[in-house]
Design a protein around this ligand. Structure first.
Ligand SMILES: *Cc1c(COP(=O)(O)O)cnc(C)c1O
Length: 386
């Protein structure tokens, strides 16, 4: 078999951890019952597994089990949070604040709400991708009902100051939602200490299964009202109907548990790999870091490269490394990434960019190979461009 490229696209998705798969297996064929069924042992087994998973997930983010609503992933969690709050609070105001660099799963529901008469403010970011708190403060109005700011950016990795944003929202009496798809299990997240009212999670970015995630919804101080977006059997206390997907829920909790318990050592290891890769590019020259090296995910490195064409670069690399240019979600379009544009990068540098997403199974040897190949490819493209 020919060798497959080294996988450095952890922001798009991650492979499952073997330990997660093993935790899931009993719930496909043996304990396959419907967790909502309470008349027989099949249902009881599934129900106990879901209860256990819900408790684990809640504990890790310092929430209570009743505050966890299982969804199909972070896209659905974001939709439920934003549309669900808009629909429940429109009597109090129709103004929503978010940020220009958010994921499409936040931006698009906001754009949809704008067509229904809501008003959306898209805050700009500074050149390193961080939100300026004064800008946020100035944007909050009497009729603002929700502020949505992601925890970690999926393209450039920057970590927004969640605790400070939460404190501002709490003080102004505005609900705070955070898309934490990239941040969970990478940095400590405490919904109580950070004053987060709603938080979106997903399993497949943390070595768990695809198709499962959750929305944390605060139940006291304040009790967040939420209009369901999927109606039916009334599961999840009516907040999200549909038969619970037991194996995926068990796998999600297992993935999160592993990620939390290994966070400290893994985070330090990833920072070394990131530094290893960055120092190779730095010595080459003509490379711009997108983001903020210090206040960023340790598994992210996003660079813009002078003197090369972005698609030629990807083509030159694809047999050696699986990597993204800009966001995986906009890979089909040639439009420059909205995140890099928001940093003020010109179109050329925005297009000539690489996003490295390092993961649990990458080694220093792999990073060395990728760095060497990328540098050789950049040099030859620069030479060809004269
Ligand atoms: C991956 C991702 C999503 C979408 O999550 P799914 O579980 O795939 O729906 C949303 N927001 C961010 C920041 C992401 O990285």
């Amino acid at each position: 078999m020919s060798q497959r490229p080294i996988y450095l696209d952890a922001h798009a998705t991650t492979p499952m951890d073997q330990r997660v798969l093993e935790a899931m297996l009993p719930y496909f064929i043996e304990s396959f019952g419907n967790p909502s069924t309470n008349t027989h042992v099949y249902g009881w087994e599934a129900s106990a597994a879901v209860k256990n998973a819900r408790e684990k997930i809640a504990k890790i983010i310092n929430a209570t089990p009743a505050e966890i609503v299982f969804t199909s992933g972070a896209t659905e969690a974001n939709n439920l949070a934003i549309k669900g709050v808009a629909e429940a609070y429109f009597n109090q105001g129709k103004h929503i604040i978010t940020v220009a660099t958010e994921h499409r799963a936040v931006l698009d529901p906001c754009a949809y709400l704008a067509t229904l008469g809501f008003e959306v403010t898209y805050l700009p970011v500074q050149s390193d991708g961080l939100l300026d708190l004064e800008t946020l403060l100035a944007a909050i109005r009497e009729d603002t009902i929700l502020v949505s700011v992601m925890a970690a950016n999926n393209e450039i990795g920057v970590l927004q100051p969640l605790a400070e944003i939460g404190a501002i929202c709490h003080q102004r009496g505005v609900l705070f939602h955070s898309d934490a798809a990239q941040a969970i299990a990478k940095i400590p997240l405490d919904v109580s200490a950070m004053n987060i009212d709603l938080m979106s999670l997903t399993a497949h970015k943390i070595y768990g299964p695809k198709g499962i995630g959750a929305l944390y919804v605060r139940r006291r101080d304040p009790k967040v009202k939420l209009a369901a977006q999927i109606q039916g059997g009334g599961q999840e206390k009516g907040r999200r109907s549909g038969t619970l997907y037991t194996p995926q829920i068990v796998g999600f909790a297992k993935a999160l548990e592993i990620g939390e318990s290994e966070m400290e050592t893994e985070s330090a290891r990833l920072l070394q790999l990131k530094q290893q890769l960055w120092s190779m590019f730095e010595s080459l020259g003509g490379i711009h870091l997108n983001g903020n090296f210090a206040q960023s995910l340790h598994n992210n490195l996003n660079i813009s490269i002078e003197g090369v064409n972005g698609s030629a670069l990807l083509l030159g690399l694809q047999s050696v490394v699986a990597v993204s240019s800009g966001s995986a979600c906009s890979a089909e379009s040639t439009a420059p990434s909205h995140v890099l544009t928001a940093l003020g990068r010109d179109e050329k540098l925005a297009q000539a960019s690489l996003r490295f997403g390092l993961g649990r199974f990458n080694t220093p040897e792999e990073i060395a190979t990728v760095g060497k190949t990328a540098i050789a490819t950049i040099k030859s493209l620069r030479q060809a461009n004269g």
